[in-house]
Design a protein around this ligand. Structure first.
Ligand code: ADP
Ligand code: MG
Length: 223
């Protein structure tokens, strides 16, 4: 528990700092990108310009993830049916799953699981987790999504994959900013997700076994 507390304190401190920095970087970045686009329009060196633009995209992608960490104002929290949010995300992620020969199975067993939430943030969490699950199965496979309730009525959602899993010695590092094992990874998805779930008074847990797969469990207070 002490370890958990320490980690959660670190996460919120890092999160706020990161979001602040991301915010500061965004404006000059937009200006830079604008000038590169201008150079393109004026017929500058095409190779250099296309490299610069794709690097800008990467920086923007990282900044957008970091910006999600800034604490949402209380006013943004709304009652929402978690299944609606999940459904929207499944529509978004479906093509990517199909392209990667991944089938997503759902077991929805929670009635009408209303939660008090910032819809876009929860979507971001689910997208991050589905992307990780798909990326863990380069040859394709199955993802099992389950939504149920605990005895006290709180909502449990789990996302299980049959992918590469995570070696035991790396498990404690998950959620650390910039920890990634992927060539093109940002190592921010899980940190952002932990932060968001915490901001919703929820808990996110990861179980994983190498070569067997990974299960992410999210608990959220029911409305
Ligand atoms: P990224 O996906 O950009 O690497 P994340 O924060 O989303 O960053 O994930 C961090 C690391 O955790 C990944 O690089 C990977 O090693 C591991 N990981 C996360 N989810 C899974 C999963 N479902 N299966 C296997 N490994 C995972
Ligand atoms: Mg990821």
């Amino acid at each position: 528990t002490e370890e958990l507390l320490r980690k959660s304190e670190m996460l919120s401190a890092v999160g706020e700092l990161a979001a602040g920095i991301a915010h500061e970087i965004r404006n000059p970045l937009t200006a830079l990108k604008g000038f590169v686009q201008l150079m393109k329009a004026q017929g500058g060196n095409e190779t250099y310009i296309s490299i610069m633009l794709s690097e800008f995209d990467r920086i923007e992608h990282i900044i957008n993830e970091l910006l999600l960490l800034s604490k949402p104002k209380i006013i943004n929290f709304q009652p929402q049916n978690l299944l609606m949010i999940l459904n929207d995300v499944l529509l978004l992620i479906d093509t990517q799953a199909l392209l990667n020969k991944v089938t997503i199975h759902t077991e929805l067993d929670a009635g009408h699981p209303y939660v008090h939430c910032v819809e876009n943030q929860l979507k971001q969490v689910f997208i991050n987790l589905f992307k990780n699950a798909i990326e863990a199965m380069p040859e394709g496979g199955n993802i099992y999504v389950r939504v149920t309730r605990k005895d006290d009525g709180d909502i449990i959602m789990s996302i299980r994959d049959e992918g590469c899993g995570i070696p035991a010695d790396k498990l404690p590092r998950l959620g650390e900013p910039f920890f990634t094992t992927k060539e093109k990874g940002t190592g921010l998805g899980l940190m952002v997700s932990y932060n968001i779930i915490e901001g919703h008074n929820g808990v996110m847990r990861i179980q994983s076994e190498e070569q067997k797969g990974t299960t992410i469990t999210i608990e959220l207070p029911a409305l």
